[in-house]
Design a protein around this ligand. Structure first.
Ligand code: PTJ
Length: 254
């Protein structure tokens, strides 16, 4: 594959695109996943391709929620596995009580096994995937995505999702779980449904989240709870939508 020169104005974006293509070629991600990535690229372009203050606030709230949760879980699909293995691995190290559960829309046992192996081979701890013969089901969802591992999302009180379908997000929220999403589109059903929305690119957001969790490990529970209580997701979504409109007016042609 063509090397991407560091000096290229879109180098970081092109490197991520290359990772997605490699993920697709090795069977981690699907064709639909490539299209979903392209949609994300367009939003990221307008957001300035950097972590904005509203994402920093949501990341701080996320750190507090994950640290205070009894059974936190990150739900991982083919795009997340293709793009962010390194960051998912770091998350599972910095927060040892989190489980990483593979959950796919375009589910096949082969894809599940491939993603589980890929994550484990890259140092991700506590990797789970629901066994169709022995799993719980998320009410309100018809697709394979309803399957929950009994020791993972089945018992979880707090779920972190990335690039997630809106209907599953709504069903997770309706099930009483706390749900945090990472989604570059502040208008998506997912972004609108979750209690905390990190409007940022997945790999950037996850890298920053791991840093914040590491520095929050010594924080008192009361301080973390106060941060959650003070957080207002509607303000975050409004600020992100505003940034996108400004981005459309200001972004130079590159
Ligand atoms: O791997 P599977 O089988 O579970 O398939 C995953 C699919 C392709 C079904 C899933 O990713 C999908 O359909 O996603 P959507 O519904 O297209 O939603 C993707 C959302 O994530 C959109 O709002 C995009 O803007 C956003 N997005 C895309 N890439 C990124 C992103 N958000 C953060 N970081 C990204 N890199």
């Amino acid at each position: 594959m063509t090397e991407i020169p560091e000096s290229h104005p879109r180098a970081a974006s092109l490197r991520l695109r290359k990772k997605m293509i490699a993920g697709f070629q090795s069977g981690l991600a699907t064709e639909a996943g490539l299209l979903a990535h392209g949609r994300g690229e367009a939003f990221d372009y307008l957001l300035g391709e950097k972590t904005q203050p509203f994402a920093e606030s949501a990341i701080a709230a996320t750190s507090a929620m994950l640290l205070l949760a009894e059974f936190p879980v990150m739900s991982v699909n083919g795009n997340a596995a293709s793009l962010a293995t390194e960051q998912i691995s770091r998350l599972s190290q910095v927060l040892p009580h989190i489980a990483i559960e593979v959950n796919l829309f375009y589910r096949s046992e082969e894809r599940i096994a491939g993603i589980v192996d890929h994550l484990k081979a890259n140092g991700v701890r506590n990797v789970l995937s629901a066994d169709p013969a022995n799993c719980q089901h998320l009410p309100g969802i018809e697709s394979h995505r309803a399957m929950l591992h009994p020791q993972g999302m089945g018992q979880s009180d707090c779920v972190l999702v990335a690039l997630e379908d809106g209907d599953r997000c709504e069903a997770l929220v309706n099930s009483g779980r706390k749900v945090i999403s990472i989604d570059l589109n502040p208008l998506s059903r997912t972004a609108q449904a979750t209690q905390v929305t990190i409007v940022d690119e997945l790999t950037r957001a996850m890298s920053r989240l791991c840093e914040v969790i590491a520095s929050d490990l010594a924080a008192k529970a009361g301080e973390l709870q106060h941060r959650i209580d003070a957080f207002e997701n509607s303000l975050i979504l409004n600020a992100a939508a505003r940034r996108i409109r400004e981005g459309a007016d200001q972004r130079p042609q590159d």
